[in-house]
Write a protein that binds this ligand. Sequence first.
Ligand code: ADP
Ligand code: GLC
Length: 476
Amino acid sequence: MKVLSAASELYPLVKTGGLADVTGALPAALKGLGIDMRVMIPAYPKVMAALENPNILLRYDDLFGGEARLIAGRAMGIEIIAVDAPHLYGRQGNPYLGPDGKDWNDNAQRFAALSMAAADVAGGAAKDYKPDILHVHDWQAALAPVYVKFRGGPKTVMTVHNIAFQGQFPASVFASLKLPPQAFSIDGVEYYGNVSFLKGGLACADQITTVSPSYAQEICTPEYGMGLDGLLRARRGVVSGIVNGIDTDIWNPATDKDIAATYTAKTIDRRAANKRAIEKRFRLDQGDGILHGVVSRLTWQKGMDIFAASIDSLVASGARLALVGTGEPGIEQAIAIAAERHPGRIGVVMGYDESLSHLMQAGCDTILVPSRFEPCGLTQLYGLRYGAVPIVARTGGLADTVIDANDAALNAGVATGFQFSPVDGPSLEHALGRAGRCYRDRALWTAMQKRGMESDVSWTRSASTYAALYNSLLNA
Ligand code: ADP
Ligand code: GLC
C-alpha cells in the first residue's frame, strides 16, 4: 500500500516541535507493515540541500504566484516529495515566521500550495507515483482533503497534532485558493465568515485522528475544542486517538552520541555522569539531591507561566532545576529573573538545542510537563525511555502515557511518574513534593526509573493501528 503523508515539518530537516518527530518517524515505523509512506514537504532551503536522487514528478507554470516543481527523492534516509516553489519556500529560518518574528503574510498561499500539490499527486497528476491513501498533518496540509473532495482523489486521513493552530485567514483569501464557490460553506473551509484550513480538513477528510485517545475525547468538548468541538462531535464516528511513539533508534540511551555516558536499565548507575555534565553545563551546584528538568516551548499551552511562578518554592524544597526552552518573551523573562535569584540552584539555557535535549533526558532526575493541554507530548516519552521520571499534568496524551505513583500503583509496582491536576501552582508544587519524597527512597526511585525505561514507547502498537485504519479505508 502506498501512502502519501503531507506536512510542513520533518525531522531532522525542519522542526519546531513534536510534529516533525512524528512525520519523520512514521515512514520507518510503517515499513515493516507493508506500507510505503512518502512525505511531501515544502522545499525549504535545508530540504533542497539534503535532497538526493531527485526525480521531477510534476511541473507547475504557476503555483500560487510562481513556477514550481514536485521533486521526488531521498533526504536523510526518508523518501520525500519536495514542493520546490522558491517564491513560497526559498526563505531561511523558521518555516512560518519572517525575521521580524511575525507570520509570513503569504502563509495562506504557501500552505494552500502544499495542500494542492498533495491533492494533485494523490489524484494521479504525477506520472510515476500515485498513492492509495493521502494522510495529512495539521492546518498547513489540511486543505488537501478539501481539494480532494471537490476535485476527486483517494481516501484521506487528517491528523490533528494541536487544535490550537487552525490556519485562519480573512474570507478575501478564498478567491486565491482555486476552490469552487461551494467550498466556502459549512461543508468546506468557511468558518464564522472567515477561511479556516483546519476546519476544512476536518469537514472533508474521511477519517480524523489525533495523537492520543484522551485528546480525541477532549477536542470534542467546548473546553478543549477551540471552536471546532461542534464539528468534531458531528463527525465523532470518524474521530479516533492514536498515541504517538518515539524513534527508539534516535532516542536510545545505550547508543546516544549526544550524552556524556551511555547506559541501559541494567547499568543505570552510569547515568550519574550525565547529571554531572548537566551541572557543569548549567553551572549548578554539584550534588546528589533531586534535579528537575524542563525541555519545552515556553508557552501558555505548556503551563510555563505557572511553572515560572513555582520556581521559588521548588528551590525552597531543596531541589535544583535545569531548563532549556524558548518561547513567549514574558515567560522567558519571568524564568530568567527567577534563575537570577537562585544561582547554583536554577540553570537556564534560553534557546533551541536538539543535542542538549538528549543530555537533559539522560541526566535530569525528572522531566516536568505541566501543560494546560497536551495532544500527546513527546518529552515525557523520551523521559520514560531515558529514566527521567515524568511529572505531568493529567491531560491529553500525558494522562495516557504516564502511570501516576499513587499508593495503589506503587504497591502494584506499576507507577512510572507523577500526574497532577488542576494545572495550578499548588497542585504542581504538591506533585514536586511527592516526587521529592519518592526520590529519597533510592530503591523505590530506581525501580520507577527502570520501569519507565522498560515500558514500550516505540511505534510498534500505534503503527499497526494506523495500518489498520488505512486498510479499513481502502476496503470500505
Ligand atoms: P510540542 O510539539 O507541543 O512542542 P512535544 O512534546 O510533542 O510538544 O514535542 C516537543 C519536541 O520539541 C520534543 O522533541 C522536544 O525535545 C523538542 N524541544 C522542545 N523545546 C526544545 C528546546 N528548547 N530545545 C531542543 N528541543 C526542544
Ligand atoms: C503537537 C502537540 C504535541 C504532540 C505533537 C506531535 O505539537 O502539541 O502534544 O506530541 O504535536 O504529535
